[in-house]
Design a binder for this molecule. Structure first.
Ligand code: ZN
Length: 410
Protein backbone atom coordinates (compact mmCIF):
# COMPACT_ATOMS: atom_id res chain seq x y z
CA UNK A 1 0.00 0.00 0.00
CA UNK A 2 1.27 3.41 -0.97
CA UNK A 3 1.59 5.96 1.83
CA UNK A 4 -0.07 9.35 1.48
CA UNK A 5 1.45 12.73 2.26
CA UNK A 6 -1.29 15.34 2.18
CA UNK A 7 -0.60 19.09 2.54
CA UNK A 8 -3.42 21.57 3.18
CA UNK A 9 -2.36 25.22 2.89
CA UNK A 10 -5.07 27.26 4.57
CA UNK A 11 -6.54 30.07 2.47
CA UNK A 12 -3.81 29.66 -0.17
CA UNK A 13 -5.78 30.72 -3.27
CA UNK A 14 -6.90 34.28 -3.80
CA UNK A 15 -8.47 36.48 -6.44
CA UNK A 16 -6.41 38.48 -8.98
CA UNK A 17 -4.77 41.56 -7.48
CA UNK A 18 -4.14 44.64 -9.62
CA UNK A 19 -0.85 45.45 -7.89
CA UNK A 20 0.39 41.91 -8.69
CA UNK A 21 -0.05 42.30 -12.45
CA UNK A 22 -3.56 40.96 -12.02
CA UNK A 23 -2.22 37.68 -10.74
CA UNK A 24 -3.12 35.99 -7.48
CA UNK A 25 -0.42 35.77 -4.77
CA UNK A 26 -0.02 32.06 -5.62
CA UNK A 27 0.45 32.88 -9.31
CA UNK A 28 2.76 35.82 -8.57
CA UNK A 29 5.00 34.00 -6.07
CA UNK A 30 8.08 32.13 -7.34
CA UNK A 31 7.23 28.51 -6.59
CA UNK A 32 9.50 26.16 -8.56
CA UNK A 33 8.78 23.19 -6.30
CA UNK A 34 5.01 23.54 -6.29
CA UNK A 35 5.16 24.00 -10.05
CA UNK A 36 7.22 20.84 -10.48
CA UNK A 37 4.66 18.93 -8.42
CA UNK A 38 1.88 20.26 -10.69
CA UNK A 39 3.87 19.41 -13.86
CA UNK A 40 4.44 15.85 -12.60
CA UNK A 41 0.92 15.40 -11.24
CA UNK A 42 -2.77 15.54 -12.04
CA UNK A 43 -4.49 18.80 -11.17
CA UNK A 44 -7.91 20.34 -11.01
CA UNK A 45 -10.12 22.61 -8.95
CA UNK A 46 -11.98 21.65 -5.79
CA UNK A 47 -15.22 23.13 -4.48
CA UNK A 48 -14.56 22.13 -0.90
CA UNK A 49 -18.12 22.13 0.43
CA UNK A 50 -20.06 22.79 -2.76
CA UNK A 51 -20.12 25.09 -5.77
CA UNK A 52 -20.46 28.69 -4.62
CA UNK A 53 -20.40 27.87 -0.90
CA UNK A 54 -18.04 30.05 1.19
CA UNK A 55 -16.54 27.47 3.53
CA UNK A 56 -15.26 28.03 7.02
CA UNK A 57 -11.98 26.27 7.76
CA UNK A 58 -13.82 23.74 9.92
CA UNK A 59 -16.53 22.78 7.42
CA UNK A 60 -13.93 22.72 4.63
CA UNK A 61 -11.65 20.33 6.51
CA UNK A 62 -14.56 18.05 7.38
CA UNK A 63 -15.49 17.95 3.67
CA UNK A 64 -11.93 17.10 2.60
CA UNK A 65 -11.84 14.30 5.19
CA UNK A 66 -15.11 12.98 3.73
CA UNK A 67 -17.50 14.10 6.50
CA UNK A 68 -20.49 15.98 5.10
CA UNK A 69 -20.61 19.16 7.20
CA UNK A 70 -24.38 19.40 6.67
CA UNK A 71 -24.62 16.15 8.64
CA UNK A 72 -21.75 16.42 11.07
CA UNK A 73 -21.25 20.12 11.77
CA UNK A 74 -23.24 22.20 14.24
CA UNK A 75 -20.65 24.75 15.40
CA UNK A 76 -16.96 25.40 15.92
CA UNK A 77 -16.95 24.87 19.69
CA UNK A 78 -16.08 21.16 19.87
CA UNK A 79 -13.06 21.55 17.59
CA UNK A 80 -11.74 24.57 19.51
CA UNK A 81 -12.13 22.73 22.81
CA UNK A 82 -10.56 19.49 21.53
CA UNK A 83 -7.73 21.58 20.05
CA UNK A 84 -6.71 22.84 23.49
CA UNK A 85 -6.70 19.32 24.86
CA UNK A 86 -10.22 19.10 26.32
CA UNK A 87 -11.96 15.75 26.16
CA UNK A 88 -15.05 16.40 24.04
CA UNK A 89 -17.52 13.51 24.34
CA UNK A 90 -20.46 12.69 22.13
CA UNK A 91 -23.54 14.42 23.57
CA UNK A 92 -21.54 17.36 24.97
CA UNK A 93 -22.21 20.88 23.74
CA UNK A 94 -18.99 22.88 23.40
CA UNK A 95 -18.28 26.58 22.91
CA UNK A 96 -15.52 29.01 22.12
CA UNK A 97 -15.32 31.48 24.95
CA UNK A 98 -13.47 34.64 25.95
CA UNK A 99 -12.81 36.27 29.26
CA UNK A 100 -14.29 39.75 28.91
CA UNK A 101 -15.03 42.85 30.95
CA UNK A 102 -18.44 44.33 31.78
CA UNK A 103 -19.10 47.57 33.66
CA UNK A 104 -21.41 47.95 36.68
CA UNK A 105 -24.39 48.30 34.35
CA UNK A 106 -23.60 44.98 32.66
CA UNK A 107 -22.36 46.61 29.45
CA UNK A 108 -19.47 44.83 27.71
CA UNK A 109 -16.52 47.23 27.66
CA UNK A 110 -13.77 44.84 26.48
CA UNK A 111 -14.33 41.49 24.77
CA UNK A 112 -10.86 40.30 25.81
CA UNK A 113 -10.56 41.65 29.38
CA UNK A 114 -7.43 43.62 28.48
CA UNK A 115 -5.84 40.46 27.06
CA UNK A 116 -4.63 38.61 30.18
CA UNK A 117 -1.76 36.18 29.61
CA UNK A 118 -3.86 33.29 30.81
CA UNK A 119 -7.41 32.69 31.98
CA UNK A 120 -6.40 30.15 34.60
CA UNK A 121 -7.32 32.54 37.43
CA UNK A 122 -10.91 32.67 36.14
CA UNK A 123 -11.20 28.92 35.80
CA UNK A 124 -9.80 28.50 39.34
CA UNK A 125 -12.06 31.19 40.73
CA UNK A 126 -15.21 29.64 39.27
CA UNK A 127 -14.41 26.14 40.49
CA UNK A 128 -16.87 23.36 39.75
CA UNK A 129 -20.22 24.49 38.45
CA UNK A 130 -23.30 22.34 38.02
CA UNK A 131 -26.70 23.77 37.14
CA UNK A 132 -29.88 21.65 36.86
CA UNK A 133 -27.78 18.50 36.46
CA UNK A 134 -25.55 20.02 33.77
CA UNK A 135 -21.81 20.17 34.44
CA UNK A 136 -19.83 23.16 33.18
CA UNK A 137 -16.26 22.25 32.27
CA UNK A 138 -13.92 25.17 31.66
CA UNK A 139 -10.30 25.16 30.60
CA UNK A 140 -7.89 28.03 30.15
CA UNK A 141 -6.40 28.55 26.72
CA UNK A 142 -4.04 31.09 25.19
CA UNK A 143 -4.50 34.72 26.27
CA UNK A 144 -8.12 35.65 26.88
CA UNK A 145 -9.51 32.41 25.46
CA UNK A 146 -11.36 29.71 27.38
CA UNK A 147 -12.70 26.34 26.28
CA UNK A 148 -16.17 25.59 27.62
CA UNK A 149 -18.05 22.29 27.53
CA UNK A 150 -21.44 21.53 29.05
CA UNK A 151 -22.21 17.92 29.83
CA UNK A 152 -25.40 16.17 30.90
CA UNK A 153 -28.69 14.78 29.64
CA UNK A 154 -31.02 16.60 27.26
CA UNK A 155 -28.68 19.18 25.71
CA UNK A 156 -28.79 20.69 22.22
CA UNK A 157 -26.26 22.81 20.25
CA UNK A 158 -29.17 24.74 18.71
CA UNK A 159 -28.71 27.83 20.87
CA UNK A 160 -27.73 31.40 20.04
CA UNK A 161 -24.48 33.13 21.02
CA UNK A 162 -24.35 34.89 24.39
CA UNK A 163 -21.30 36.83 23.15
CA UNK A 164 -22.65 40.06 21.59
CA UNK A 165 -19.54 40.18 19.33
CA UNK A 166 -19.15 43.91 20.07
CA UNK A 167 -18.67 46.32 22.96
CA UNK A 168 -21.12 48.93 24.28
CA UNK A 169 -24.00 46.48 24.67
CA UNK A 170 -24.99 43.94 27.35
CA UNK A 171 -24.32 40.22 26.87
CA UNK A 172 -27.07 38.54 24.90
CA UNK A 173 -29.71 36.39 26.51
CA UNK A 174 -29.26 32.93 24.99
CA UNK A 175 -32.30 31.62 23.14
CA UNK A 176 -33.25 28.34 21.51
CA UNK A 177 -32.75 28.18 17.75
CA UNK A 178 -35.38 25.47 17.26
CA UNK A 179 -38.57 24.33 18.98
CA UNK A 180 -37.14 21.35 20.82
CA UNK A 181 -37.35 21.01 24.59
CA UNK A 182 -33.59 20.29 24.54
CA UNK A 183 -32.71 23.64 22.93
CA UNK A 184 -34.99 25.53 25.34
CA UNK A 185 -33.50 23.71 28.33
CA UNK A 186 -29.94 24.37 27.11
CA UNK A 187 -30.67 28.09 26.66
CA UNK A 188 -32.16 28.27 30.19
CA UNK A 189 -29.17 26.58 31.77
CA UNK A 190 -26.75 28.85 29.89
CA UNK A 191 -28.60 31.97 31.04
CA UNK A 192 -28.44 30.77 34.65
CA UNK A 193 -24.70 30.16 34.11
CA UNK A 194 -24.17 33.74 32.86
CA UNK A 195 -25.78 35.15 36.02
CA UNK A 196 -23.83 32.85 38.33
CA UNK A 197 -20.52 33.68 36.62
CA UNK A 198 -21.14 37.43 36.96
CA UNK A 199 -21.71 37.01 40.72
CA UNK A 200 -18.71 34.74 41.25
CA UNK A 201 -16.24 36.77 39.18
CA UNK A 202 -17.19 40.08 40.80
CA UNK A 203 -15.85 38.84 44.13
CA UNK A 204 -12.93 36.91 42.71
CA UNK A 205 -9.72 38.03 44.56
CA UNK A 206 -7.66 37.77 41.35
CA UNK A 207 -9.95 40.38 39.81
CA UNK A 208 -9.60 42.68 42.81
CA UNK A 209 -5.83 42.39 42.33
CA UNK A 210 -6.16 43.19 38.62
CA UNK A 211 -8.21 46.30 39.40
CA UNK A 212 -5.67 47.40 42.04
CA UNK A 213 -2.91 46.98 39.42
CA UNK A 214 -4.81 49.19 36.98
CA UNK A 215 -5.87 46.27 34.78
CA UNK A 216 -9.32 45.38 33.53
CA UNK A 217 -11.12 42.73 35.57
CA UNK A 218 -12.14 39.55 33.77
CA UNK A 219 -15.69 39.54 35.11
CA UNK A 220 -17.66 37.87 32.33
CA UNK A 221 -17.32 34.79 30.15
CA UNK A 222 -18.51 35.46 26.62
CA UNK A 223 -19.41 32.30 24.72
CA UNK A 224 -20.35 31.49 21.14
CA UNK A 225 -20.18 28.81 18.43
CA UNK A 226 -22.19 26.10 20.23
CA UNK A 227 -21.57 22.75 18.62
CA UNK A 228 -21.84 19.06 19.39
CA UNK A 229 -20.14 15.94 18.12
CA UNK A 230 -22.94 13.82 16.64
CA UNK A 231 -23.45 10.40 18.22
CA UNK A 232 -23.17 8.63 14.87
CA UNK A 233 -19.95 10.30 13.68
CA UNK A 234 -17.42 7.57 12.79
CA UNK A 235 -13.72 8.03 13.46
CA UNK A 236 -11.36 8.41 10.49
CA UNK A 237 -9.97 4.95 11.25
CA UNK A 238 -13.45 3.39 11.34
CA UNK A 239 -14.41 5.12 8.09
CA UNK A 240 -11.30 4.31 6.03
CA UNK A 241 -9.34 1.74 8.05
CA UNK A 242 -6.30 4.02 7.69
CA UNK A 243 -4.00 5.25 10.45
CA UNK A 244 -3.74 9.02 10.10
CA UNK A 245 -1.46 11.56 11.74
CA UNK A 246 -2.19 15.28 11.65
CA UNK A 247 0.57 17.87 11.89
CA UNK A 248 -0.51 21.45 12.60
CA UNK A 249 0.19 24.49 14.75
CA UNK A 250 -3.30 25.97 15.13
CA UNK A 251 -5.66 24.61 17.82
CA UNK A 252 -8.81 24.55 15.62
CA UNK A 253 -7.20 22.22 13.08
CA UNK A 254 -5.71 19.97 15.71
CA UNK A 255 -9.15 19.88 17.31
CA UNK A 256 -10.84 18.70 14.11
CA UNK A 257 -8.27 15.93 13.75
CA UNK A 258 -8.66 14.94 17.43
CA UNK A 259 -12.44 14.77 17.17
CA UNK A 260 -11.96 12.42 14.18
CA UNK A 261 -9.61 10.29 16.24
CA UNK A 262 -6.44 11.00 14.24
CA UNK A 263 -3.09 11.11 16.01
CA UNK A 264 -2.23 14.77 16.51
CA UNK A 265 1.37 15.81 16.90
CA UNK A 266 2.06 18.62 19.39
CA UNK A 267 5.12 20.73 18.65
CA UNK A 268 7.12 22.18 21.52
CA UNK A 269 8.31 25.77 21.58
CA UNK A 270 11.85 24.86 20.53
CA UNK A 271 10.53 23.55 17.18
CA UNK A 272 9.58 27.07 16.07
CA UNK A 273 6.34 25.65 14.63
CA UNK A 274 3.74 28.23 15.59
CA UNK A 275 0.95 28.28 13.02
CA UNK A 276 1.90 31.91 12.40
CA UNK A 277 3.73 33.61 9.47
CA UNK A 278 7.07 33.11 11.24
CA UNK A 279 6.49 29.37 11.72
CA UNK A 280 9.41 27.07 10.99
CA UNK A 281 7.86 25.22 8.06
CA UNK A 282 10.97 23.18 7.34
CA UNK A 283 10.88 21.71 10.86
CA UNK A 284 7.19 21.00 10.42
CA UNK A 285 7.67 19.16 7.12
CA UNK A 286 10.69 17.26 8.44
CA UNK A 287 8.74 16.11 11.49
CA UNK A 288 5.80 15.12 9.28
CA UNK A 289 8.14 13.08 7.05
CA UNK A 290 9.53 11.36 10.12
CA UNK A 291 6.02 10.57 11.44
CA UNK A 292 4.88 9.34 8.03
CA UNK A 293 6.94 6.15 8.52
CA UNK A 294 4.42 5.00 11.14
CA UNK A 295 1.17 6.09 9.47
CA UNK A 296 -0.77 5.35 6.29
CA UNK A 297 -1.67 8.98 5.73
CA UNK A 298 0.05 12.11 6.99
CA UNK A 299 -1.83 15.41 6.92
CA UNK A 300 0.10 18.66 7.21
CA UNK A 301 -1.79 21.88 7.81
CA UNK A 302 -0.05 25.19 7.03
CA UNK A 303 -1.94 28.20 8.32
CA UNK A 304 -0.48 31.64 7.68
CA UNK A 305 -1.39 32.33 4.02
CA UNK A 306 -4.98 32.61 5.26
CA UNK A 307 -4.14 34.91 8.16
CA UNK A 308 -2.06 37.22 5.94
CA UNK A 309 -4.89 37.46 3.39
CA UNK A 310 -7.38 38.22 6.17
CA UNK A 311 -5.09 41.11 7.13
CA UNK A 312 -5.12 42.29 3.49
CA UNK A 313 -1.37 41.67 3.35
CA UNK A 314 -1.05 40.21 -0.16
CA UNK A 315 2.72 40.80 -0.36
CA UNK A 316 3.16 38.98 2.95
CA UNK A 317 1.07 36.18 1.44
CA UNK A 318 3.36 36.06 -1.62
CA UNK A 319 6.42 35.78 0.64
CA UNK A 320 4.81 33.11 2.80
CA UNK A 321 3.85 31.07 -0.27
CA UNK A 322 7.51 31.18 -1.36
CA UNK A 323 8.42 29.90 2.09
CA UNK A 324 5.93 27.02 1.73
CA UNK A 325 7.49 26.25 -1.65
CA UNK A 326 10.99 26.10 -0.20
CA UNK A 327 9.85 23.79 2.61
CA UNK A 328 8.36 21.36 0.07
CA UNK A 329 11.56 21.03 -1.98
CA UNK A 330 12.34 17.49 -0.86
CA UNK A 331 8.79 16.39 -1.68
CA UNK A 332 8.90 17.76 -5.23
CA UNK A 333 11.45 15.07 -6.15
CA UNK A 334 9.87 12.34 -4.05
CA UNK A 335 7.88 9.57 -5.73
CA UNK A 336 7.45 7.05 -2.93
CA UNK A 337 4.36 8.83 -1.64
CA UNK A 338 1.02 9.56 -3.10
CA UNK A 339 1.36 13.32 -2.63
CA UNK A 340 -1.66 15.62 -2.45
CA UNK A 341 -1.56 19.40 -2.14
CA UNK A 342 -4.54 21.68 -1.86
CA UNK A 343 -6.23 24.31 0.30
CA UNK A 344 -9.40 24.45 2.36
CA UNK A 345 -10.84 27.59 0.76
CA UNK A 346 -9.92 30.77 -1.06
CA UNK A 347 -9.11 33.78 1.12
CA UNK A 348 -9.34 37.08 -0.74
CA UNK A 349 -6.70 39.62 0.32
CA UNK A 350 -8.85 42.42 -1.11
CA UNK A 351 -12.01 41.37 0.75
CA UNK A 352 -10.07 40.07 3.80
CA UNK A 353 -12.36 37.05 3.99
CA UNK A 354 -13.03 33.57 2.67
CA UNK A 355 -14.75 33.34 -0.69
CA UNK A 356 -16.54 30.52 -2.53
CA UNK A 357 -14.00 30.32 -5.37
CA UNK A 358 -12.73 26.77 -5.93
CA UNK A 359 -9.19 25.86 -4.87
CA UNK A 360 -6.36 24.20 -6.82
CA UNK A 361 -5.61 20.57 -6.03
CA UNK A 362 -2.84 18.28 -7.33
CA UNK A 363 -2.34 14.52 -6.90
CA UNK A 364 1.13 13.20 -7.68
CA UNK A 365 2.78 9.82 -7.43
CA UNK A 366 3.85 6.78 -9.31
CA UNK A 367 1.05 5.62 -11.59
CA UNK A 368 -1.01 8.77 -11.17
CA UNK A 369 -2.11 10.25 -14.50
CA UNK A 370 -0.61 13.57 -15.52
CA UNK A 371 -1.77 16.49 -17.59
CA UNK A 372 -0.06 19.34 -19.41
CA UNK A 373 -0.25 22.25 -16.99
CA UNK A 374 2.89 24.19 -16.11
CA UNK A 375 2.35 25.56 -12.61
CA UNK A 376 0.45 25.17 -9.36
CA UNK A 377 -2.02 28.05 -9.39
CA UNK A 378 -5.63 29.07 -9.84
CA UNK A 379 -5.56 29.54 -13.63
CA UNK A 380 -3.26 26.63 -14.43
CA UNK A 381 -5.01 24.07 -12.23
CA UNK A 382 -8.37 25.00 -13.72
CA UNK A 383 -6.93 23.67 -17.02
CA UNK A 384 -5.92 20.40 -15.35
CA UNK A 385 -7.43 17.09 -16.43
CA UNK A 386 -8.82 16.30 -13.02
CA UNK A 387 -11.47 18.91 -13.76
CA UNK A 388 -13.72 20.18 -11.00
CA UNK A 389 -14.31 18.03 -7.95
CA UNK A 390 -15.90 18.54 -4.54
CA UNK A 391 -14.23 18.05 -1.16
CA UNK A 392 -16.19 14.85 -0.65
CA UNK A 393 -14.52 13.34 -3.76
CA UNK A 394 -10.99 13.68 -2.38
CA UNK A 395 -10.82 10.68 -0.05
CA UNK A 396 -12.41 8.27 -2.58
CA UNK A 397 -9.79 9.40 -5.14
CA UNK A 398 -7.02 8.95 -2.54
CA UNK A 399 -8.29 5.46 -1.61
CA UNK A 400 -8.42 4.47 -5.29
CA UNK A 401 -4.92 5.79 -5.99
CA UNK A 402 -3.69 3.88 -2.93
CA UNK A 403 -5.05 0.75 -4.59
CA UNK A 404 -7.57 0.14 -1.81
CA UNK A 405 -10.89 0.92 -3.47
CA UNK A 406 -13.39 -1.91 -3.50
CA UNK A 407 -14.83 -2.89 -6.84
CA UNK A 408 -18.38 -1.57 -7.25
CA UNK A 409 -20.21 -4.22 -9.26
CA UNK A 410 -18.63 -7.24 -10.85
ZN1 ZN B 1 -9.10 27.92 6.45
Amino acid sequence: MKKVFFVICDGLPDRPIKELENKTPLEYAKTPNLDKIAVDGLSGMMHTVDIGVRPGSDTAHLSIFGYDPYTYYSGRGPFECAGIGMDVKKGDVAFRANAGTIDDGGIVTDRRAGRPESTKFIVDCLGEIEIDGIKFILQESLGHRIGMIIRGLGLSPKVSDQDPHKVGVPVHEVHALDDTAEAKFTAEVLNKFSKLVAEKLKDCPANQERIAAGKLPANVILFRGAGAVPEHMPSFKDKYNLDAVFVAGGPLYKGIAKVLGMTVYDFDEASGVTGLWNSNLQNKINKALELSRDYDITFVHIKAADTLAEDGNYMGKVEFIEKIDAALKSLADENDFLFVITSDHTTSSALKQHTGDPVPITFKGEGVRTDDINAFGERECSRGRLGHIRGENVMPIVIDLMGLAELFGA
